[in-house]
Design a protein around this ligand. Structure first.
Ligand SMILES: Nc1ncnc2c1ncn2[C@@H]1O[C@H](COP(=O)(O)OP(=O)(O)OP(=O)(O)O)[C@@H](O)[C@H]1O
Length: 436
């Protein structure tokens, strides 16, 4: 019998969806609510870091997602690509939960290795839950050796250091190519090389990466294995270890080195997800804003805050959707070909916006001082609509979508905020835009 083929979730749908999840410990007077109405969607192949102060509820949320605790309020749905359906965890019986947990690779602090088993056996026993493949044994050895344990495969847990045990637990979590990895501080006990190896493997399990990205992480042959770089052998082993792409990882960590490698950073405070930033989108918007004279003139941290507010929760590989409140805070608008985005002569109102093109091309058509018309085309990373918001004069051009267009928008209120707070600032800016 051949294994059923894995299907991805329907286009644009997440692999994991958390909706309105709240949670309390204890009962009666001792009842304490620790999670408050959380929403989160994680797309296939995303590497998401969850950060936040101690006690903010990260571990509790992770255990709910993993089906290790019963859901009290809200829902958690996990895509099962073999059944082609979502498992809804709320109210699921133990058999259903066991089935769901088999989709997940858990990397938690308490590793629960079997004390009587050697490193290889601890990994093999997880592999035995699934149908064997001809390369079972080589894969186990390759994974352990990639994680720097080739000299330790025959050791039992008590003969290993904390970091080595953690690496065996990681090998065990990843040996079955889970489509969802849930990890709680996976790199906390690890040296620099092992931490980097783990996060790089998760990145490569997620999707094909730019080879240059990997090349930058690799040290010289024979270099020190704890140099904070990968050895050439580790880099060479990656393609084979990460043949099956599409692994989604949700990682709780305080480790700044790990955070730099995330696709998205979700931040929790006091039981609530308070920010949800897609790193590539934030970078795109920040760079785009900095090319505009108005935003270039404000402080970098203010630019960053505006970029975060604009791009929050938007995923780089997918069209914009507004599924949860965190995403709704994102300001992405779409226009069909032929649609007018701005019209020459329209007055500035409270609804007026600045536009940064994310995808597609627009035509800009405006009257020139000599009575002619000037036409230009703009594309991704170009922007328009700032001048009228600074000068409060009517729109000076008509902007039309040539193709399907996605634009990030910044509302007029941001411009007014600076006008209200800093007179000299706005005068300087108006001078740049040709107004006294
Ligand atoms: N079993 C439990 N019984 C009662 N309260 C608990 C229990 N587990 C956690 N809590 C409380 O729930 C809140 C959230 O804890 P949680 O461990 O989820 O936070 P965290 O963000 O993961 O913290 P850390 O980074 O320190 O691991 C904390 O106030 C904690 O004291």
């Amino acid at each position: 019998m051949t294994a059923p083929a894995y299907q991805l979730p329907p286009a644009g749908e997440p692999l994991l969806r958390v909706s309105h999840v709240s949670y309390s410990f204890g009962t009666g007077e001792a009842r304490t609510q620790v999670l408050f109405d959380n929403d989160l969607e994680v797309m296939p192949g995303e590497l998401v870091i969850m950060s936040g102060p101690s006690g903010s509820g990260k571990t509790t949320l992770l255990t709910l997602i993993g089906g290790l605790r019963g859901i009290q309020d809200g829902e958690v749905e996990i895509w099962d690509g073999l059944l082609g359906t979502y498992h809804k965890l709320r109210g699921l019986d133990e058999a259903g939960l066991v089935q769901t947990r088999r989709l997940i690779g858990f990397i938690f602090q308490r590793h629960n290795l079997f004390d009587s088993l050697r490193a290889t056996q601890n990994v093999r026993i997880a592999r035995e839950l699934f149908p064997p493949t001809p390369d079972n044994e080589t894969r186990i050895q390759d994974l352990l050796s990639y994680l720097g344990l080739s000299q330790r495969v025959g050791y039992k847990p008590q003969e290993l250091s904390g970091g080595q045990r953690q690496r065996v637990a990681i090998a065990r979590a990843l040996i079955n190519n889970p489509k969802l990895v849930l990890a709680d501080e996976p790199t906390a006990a690890l040296d620099a090389n092992s931490g980097l190896a783990v996060i790089t493997l998760l990145q490569h399990l997620a999707r094909t990466r730019d080879p240059n990205e990997l090349a930058r992480l690799v040290g010289k042959p024979g270099g020190h294995s704890d140099s904070g770089q990968l050895t050439p052998e580790q880099a060479a082993a990656l393609p084979n270890l990460a043949r099956q792409k599409g692994t989604t990882s949700l990682i709780v960590t305080h480790d700044a080195r790990t955070m730099n490698r995330a696709d998205r950073i979700v931040h929790m405070e006091r039981g609530k997800i308070v920010s949800n930033v897609v790193v590539a989108e934030r970078l795109f918007v920040t760079e785009g804003l900095r090319h505009c004279a108005f935003f270039a003139a404000i402080l970098p941290e203010q630019q960053q805050a505006i970029a975060d507010g604009v791009s929050v929760g938007i995923h780089p590989d997918l069209p914009a959707r507004c599924a949860d409140p965190v995403r709704r805070a994102g300001r992405l608008e779409t226009f069909k070909p032929g649609a007018t985005i701005l019209r020459e002569g329209d007055p500035v109102t409270d609804d007026s916006k600045f536009y940064l093109i994310r995808r597609g091309r627009v035509r800009v058509d405006r009257a020139t001082t000599d009575g002619d018309r000037a036409v230009a085309e703009l594309g991704p990373k170009d922007f328009f609509g700032d001048r009228a918001l600074v000068t409060n004069e009517p729109r000076s051009a008509t902007v039309t979508a040539i193709e399907p267009v996605e634009v990030y928008t910044v509302g007029r209120e941001i411009f007014q905020r600076y006008e209200a707070t800093s007179r000299p600032f706005i005068e300087r800016i108006r001078a740049v835009y040709g107004q006294s």
